[in-house]
Design a protein. Structure first.
Length: 147
């Protein structure tokens, strides 16, 4: 299957799902990554080669899903891209939620290995430390952290 005309994806990042993003930073710094920013439930790092790594907190991730996802930026019609991926056999693991800042889809390959599709921001990001990603009814959902 080939990519449909007008569908464009660019590599965005690699996302690794962890229980404590900040505690993992020193390990990745030892591998050539530098801290870029703290984004609440995630930390952005950049390797000396330019690749971005997102350490994303997901407390209740399913044990059948691997901890690393390849992130892509959606440019163009999101519905066309989703239809294309689903026709190719990708399974939707997570659709955008009302609390998302932008369009954020997670699709899985035949073994459940995830890819993230991220679109333009549609709202302001929540303050750092105010939300966390949890599993509810088989879907990843951003929920407020209650103090």
């Amino acid at each position: 299957m080939t990519t449909s005309p007008g569908l464009t994806l660019s590599i965005r990042n690699i996302a690794r799902y962890v229980q404590d993003p900040n505690a993992n930073v020193p390990l990745y710094e030892a591998m050539g990554f530098t801290f870029v920013r703290d984004a609440g439930d995630m930390v952005v790092l950049e390797h000396t080669d330019g690749m971005q790594l997102i350490l994303h907190r997901w407390d209740e991730r399913p044990t059948t899903m691997l901890d690393t996802a390849i992130g892509f930026t959606i440019s163009g019609a999101g519905d066309d891209l989703r239809n294309h991926l689903e026709a190719a056999g990708w399974k939707l693991l997570r659709a955008p939620h009302e609390s998302d800042v932008g369009y954020f889809f997670i699709y899985g390959d035949l073994d459940g290995n995830p890819i993230n599709l991220v679109g333009k921001p549609v709202s302001q990001a929540p303050e750092p430390g105010t939300v966390r990603l949890v599993l509810k009814d088989g879907m990843a959902v951003a929920e407020p952290i209650l103090n």
